[in-house]
Design a binder for this molecule. Structure first.
Ligand code: GDP
Ligand code: MG
Length: 162
């Protein structure tokens, strides 16, 4: 079965997105980073296409450097075991150095990587997503995992890659 992995910094909304795709609440969403202690797995079927969805996390953001090391490890695992990678960033926080570093790593991967700018809850926040173009990525999925915005387009892209 195809594997879709969600990676990204703590608190960008990975677990919220996981739950949103699942259509139910399985992963714990917290206002504090690092709450997904372990990895959450779920088998999902959409439009007759089954896949396994993985929500990563499981670390405390002790420091920026430590977080980056963990993100690299997390992304490396996803690169190894996933067929499709969702790299989630935070449209409210804007682009961070760790996003840039991991995005650079993922750009070189020979697997489909979907770049997601989350927490864009309304049209007003849409322009905040513009700075992410400096990553040199052609297409972003602009979402609000919390409110379901942009999920149709993202879901269609995931299914296309399976
Ligand atoms: P994770 O650490 O990446 O798994 O992030 P979580 O899913 O636990 O979410 C972290 C925080 O961001 C929680 O307070 C969520 O409610 C919030 N959040 C997640 N997605 C969105 C979104 O689309 N918009 C807004 N405004 N908040 C969000
Ligand atoms: Mg989480």
């Amino acid at each position: 079965m195809s594997v879709v992995a969600i990676v990204g910094r703590p608190n960008v909304g990975k677990s919220t997105l996981f739950n949103r795709i699942l259509g139910e609440r399985k992963a714990i969403v917290e206002d504090y980073p690092g709450v997904t202690r372990d990895r959450n797995y779920a088998d999902v079927t959409r439009y007759d296409k089954p896949f396994t969805l993985i929500d990563t996390g499981g670390f405390e953001p002790v420091s920026e450097v430590r977080m980056l090391v963990q993100m690299r490890e997390q992304s490396q695992l996803a690169i190894e075991e996933a067929d499709v990678i969702l790299f989630v960033m935070d449209g409210r926080d804007g682009l961070t150095p760790s996003d840039e570093e991991v995005a650079e790593m993922l750009r070189r991967v020979d697997k489909p990587v979907l770049f997601v700018v989350n927490k864009v809850d309304g049209d007003k926040q849409e322009e905040q997503a513009a700075e992410f173009y400096s990553l040199g990525i052609e297409h972003f999925f602009v979402t609000s995992a919390e409110h379901g915005r942009g999920m149709g387009e993202l879901m269609a892209a995931i299914l296309d890659e399976l």
